[in-house]
Write a protein that binds this ligand. Structure first.
Ligand code: TLP
Length: 351
């Protein structure tokens, strides 16, 4: 049965599974700042193994993971190359500038991808006037580009340019498992060329809190200090890690269901007047579309909300809907019915 309120604002709204709640209740705990929380140590080992890296660090959020990740590659006054649609540039509150004294340099994102020639051109020289280029950041899947996926070859193309100039690559892999599931590949093929990767437990994987930053042992040692500076040393964090372990063990393969639901949603939405959307481009859990209806995105979102459908605004005339654990096909059908009611009108007697 469809729910009273269908919340498609984000996959961050997911609630923990019953198995996660049990694992939280029974978690073995210790003081993680002393490196003694067995559940955290287990999760970090699992994360490193899954990402094909030497070590991992549990952080509070994707935002903290990206900030700690970048700080650990750079020094104050560095410039970091990012996509102009990247989460780091658009949604992380200028943390790099504020905390790290780092300047972000944006190059265009097209379908989530950076053009290697643009990255090459943005790398600074040794000229005395120029900042040092401290890192290049990529994002997979790409949030503002409708959950677009970068494959291994695309990742390789960017990494090759960065590494040729001795510059590390940080991968914002908040939804890297969505990318791996969409492509049908081992996640390691997408992380192999990144020097560091952040991924999130609390989005489609449905754990309540936490992300992991992964990289070499020496890099993670540096990151541990930055995490402490940012207040991310969390003591009995096994409470969080226990749910994360369940997330990694049980929630990755089911992302395919979210992707199928997102595609179904996109196909239905694309048929409606006032929506400009190419469903073929929807390959993970994020659906973003332009609104051409005269009422505009803000009013449309309000009308959806009145009828029990929550979604997010992704730009002046753009709307984002995200499928996730807890959203079934029946909920998507109901969401489409609501969108139809608002955009086409409800036939008399149909309510
Ligand atoms: N994204 C959130 C919002 O911040 C927009 C969402 O609802 O999608 N990288 C990427 C690619 C992300 O999409 C997000 C979260 C993060 C990093 C930050 O993760 P958190 O929310 O854990 O700090």
């Amino acid at each position: 049965m469809a729910k009273a309120v269908i919340d498609l604002r984000s996959d961050t709204v997911t609630l923990p599974t019953p198995e996660m709640r049990r694992a939280i209740a029974e978690a073995e705990l210790g003081d993680d700042v002393y490196g003694e929380d067995p559940s955290v140590l287990r999760l970090e080992a699992m994360a490193a193994e899954r990402m094909g890296k030497e070590a991992a660090l549990l952080v509070t959020s994707g935002t903290q993971g990206n900030l700690v990740g970048i700080l650990s590659h750079t020094q104050r006054g560095d410039e970091v190359i990012v996509g102009d649609q990247s989460h780091i540039l658009n949604y992380e509150v200028a943390g790099c500038a504020m905390v790290g004294g780092i300047q972000l340099r944006a190059v265009p994102n097209v379908d989530g991808m950076l053009n290697p020639a643009d990255v090459q051109a943005a790398i600074r020289s040794a000229d005395v006037h120029q900042p040092r280029t401290g890192a290049v950041c990529i994002e997979n899947t790409h949030n503002r580009n409708g959950g677009a996926v970068l494959d291994a070859a695309q990742t390789h193309a960017i990494a090759a340019v960065a590494h040729a100039a001795d510059i590390p690559v940080h991968l914002d892999g908040a939804r890297i498992f969505n990318a791996a599931v969409a492509l049908g590949v081992d996640v390691r093929t997408l992380t192999a060329e990144a020097d560091s990767v952040t991924f999130c437990l609390s989005k489609g994987l449905a754990a309540p809190v936490g992300s992991l930053l992964c990289g070499t042992k020496s890099y993670i040692q540096i990151a541990r200090k930055y995490r402490k500076i940012l207040g991310g040393g969390m003591r009995q964090a096994g409470i969080i890690a226990a749910a994360g372990i369940v997330a990694l063990n049980t929630m990755v393969d089911r992302l395919a269901e979210d992707h199928a639901n997102a595609r179904f949603l996109a196909e239905g939405l694309a048929e409606l007047p006032g929506i400009n959307l190419n469903p073929e481009k929807v390959c993970t859990d994020i659906v973003i579309f332009d609104v051409t209806a005269p009422q505009g995105a803000t009013a449309l979102i309000a009308s959806f909300r009145e009828r029990g459908l929550l979604c997010g605004q992704a730009g002046p005339n753009r709307i984002r809907m995200v499928t996730h654990y807890g959203i079934e096909r029946a909920d998507v059908e109901r969401a489409l019915q609501i969108a139809r009611d608002v955009l086409v009108g409800t036939p008399v007697g149909a309510r």
